[in-house]
Design a protein around this ligand. Structure first.
Ligand code: TMP
Length: 258
């Protein structure tokens, strides 16, 4: 990777210049952080798992006509993606009360919400990604009213699809965070694309029968077996062979699709 120019290093991923204009290479690290990087660890194999899980989900979403930044997976840790200008908002969709919404409104964790809830947070680590409303978004110019509508509609469609996809493998999609970016095509048209990643780092995934957490809360809450849980998700999705004792880096099912 050293021959490629590094453009940005985040907490869990690195972006390199892509082979063609308008493309980037997204590299998945093994680094795990929580509470705005106050808690850190290296979880061996996490990047490989998230690369494959995110690839699987982005391809599935493209099939239902959600436009994404994903072009193709290059290797175990890298994907080729479309270059976008990231909208500085984290879009959160919740189906079941967990995490910050429980603290904010005094809700019991695990209680289904009366309906799916979409939240926007301003993406700014220095401020701890505060929850914002549309008034803030429009007043500060983080996105237009049209973009807010588009992001909300896409988040709800993604939620519907992913709830079904995970339910089919015995997993409850409790909540997730997504990010969007503006891509300028060759003709100068700007399109809003689903960007970043969707993986157990950015979702809450609970086993439907036991409520076992299969996501980054295992790291946040010191529950242990973090990569084992991510491996379980990948295995149920059919990305890994069903052999929990094999290292994820060695047991990935070679796929012909990408
Ligand atoms: P929260 O309950 O902590 O607000 O998290 C809601 C969802 O967003 C949960 O699935 C975890 C995900 N998330 C991220 O992907 N990145 C973050 O920085 C935070 C705080 C949450």
């Amino acid at each position: 990777m050293s021959r490629r120019k590094k453009l940005y290093e985040g907490k869990a991923k690195i972006l390199y210049e892509g082979p063609e204009p308008g493309t980037l290479v997204q590299y998945f690290k093994d680094d795990a952080t929580a509470f705005n990087a106050q808690k850190k660890a290296i979880l061996s194999g996490k990047g490989v798992l998230n690369n494959r899980i995110s690839e699987y989900i982005m391809i599935a979403l493209e099939r239902i006509n959600i436009p994404t930044h994903f072009i193709k997976r290059i290797n175990m840790r890298e994907q080729l993606i479309k270059k976008v200008e990231i909208v500085p908002l984290e879009v959160i969709c919740r189906n079941v009360a967990a995490g910050s919404i429980c603290k904010m409104f005094g809700l019991e964790e695990g209680k289904p919400l009366p309906r799916s809830i979409i939240e926007f947070c301003y993406k700014e680590d220095k401020l701890n990604d505060p929850l914002v409303c549309e008034e803030h978004i429009l007043a500060f110019g983080w996105a237009t009213a049209n973009e807010v509508d588009e992001m909300t509609a896409m988040a709800l469609r993604i939620n519907d699809f992913l709830c079904g996809m995970f339910a089919a493998i015995g997993i409850r999609l409790v909540d997730f965070k997504i990010e969007f970016g503006r891509h300028t095509d060759k003709n100068g048209n700007i399109e809003l694309l689903l960007a970043d990643e969707i993986s157990p780092d950015s979702c809450r995934l609970w086993d439907l029968e036991t409520d076992k957490k299969l996501d980054k809360d295992r790291f946040r809450r010191d529950l242990g077996d973090v990569t084992e849980a991510y491996t379980e998700v990948a295995t149920r999705l059919g990305i890994l062979k069903a052999n929990p004792t094999t290292s994820p880096t060695l047991s990935i099912v070679p796929n012909g699709d990408k």
